[in-house]
Design a protein around this ligand. Structure first.
Ligand code: PGA
Length: 252
């Protein structure tokens, strides 16, 4: 299984900044990226088209959308559809990122619709999950992960591991500089693996589980060597081409 090294640019970068960053990134990783790694970039919507045009034809960088609405088209002011992302050469989309859950107040019902509709539309989905510090301190880690993974329970298992990844991102580690320790990552990823195997008895062991939360060039190699860590989803450090290229190539 290829490790997935993903950059989530959140609400950062104008078109020009995004193009400059992706071109620098492409120049530093293209000839060095091992064949068992995949690099994804999630620009803000307004820069996807320009970034897509700026990439070389055989680029090793794939693009994704940070969000979408679960309908093909319609009267949904301010939203965009999976088809619109596919039209801009996006192959992936994030669903259920912590900032959408906690800032925009998306709950399991819409998250479940998005996973379902996004997959049906032909996007590959990275479902983001993770507990808050309060939930962790109350001993609710497993309960929360189970609830968040339950949105997958009605999906067909058919080839699901080629279309779905999970990103485990403890909310208390996102953008805080506080990284979960190797033991905490191993424990949570092990739980996620078991929960995935419960939902998908055949495919569950092949679904990639990315870690996210203050991933940096100097902690990536250790993080991706932990059992059941199949890549990283990076926010802050991914905004800089030099840092993210070190992350994408770390330990290779
Ligand atoms: P961070 O963000 O790397 O800035 O902690 C991770 C994420 O939100 O995906």
């Amino acid at each position: 299984m290829k490790k997935c090294m993903a950059a989530n640019w959140k609400m950062f970068k104008t078109k020009k900044e995004a193009v400059d960053t992706v071109q620098q990134l492409e120049a530093s990783i293209d000839s060095n990226l091992p064949s068992d790694r995949e690099v994804l970039v999630f620009p803000p919507f307004t820069a996807i088209s320009a970034v897509s045009d700026a990439l070389s034809e055989n680029s090793s960088i794939q693009l994704g959308g940070q969000n979408f609405y679960p309908a093909s088209e319609g009267a949904y002011t301010g939203e965009i559809s999976p088809e619109m992302l596919l039209d801009l050469n996006c192959t992936y989309a994030l669903v259920g990122h912590s900032e959408r859950r906690h800032v925009i107040k998306e709950f399991e019902e819409i998250i479940s619709q998005k996973v379902d509709f996004g997959l049906q539309s032909g996007l590959k989905i990275i479902l983001c999950i993770g507990e808050t510090l309060e939930e962790r301190n109350q001993g609710k880690l497993q309960e929360i992960l189970q609830k968040q993974i339950s949105v997958l329970q009605d999906l067909s298992e058919d080839n699901i591991s080629a279309r779905l990844d999970i990103a485990y991102e403890p909310v208390w580690a996102i953008g805080t500089g506080e990284v979960a320790g190797p033991g905490e990552i191993q424990e949570a990823h092990g739980m996620v693996r078991t929960l995935l195997q419960n939902v998908f008895p055949e495919e569950g062991e092949k679904i990639r589980i990315l870690y996210g939360g203050s991933v940096k060039p100097d902690n990536t190699a250790e993080i991706i060597s932990i059992d059941n860590v199949d890549g990283v989803l990076v926010g802050g450090a991914s905004l800089y081409a030099d840092k993210f290229s070190q992350i994408a190539l770390a330990g290779s």
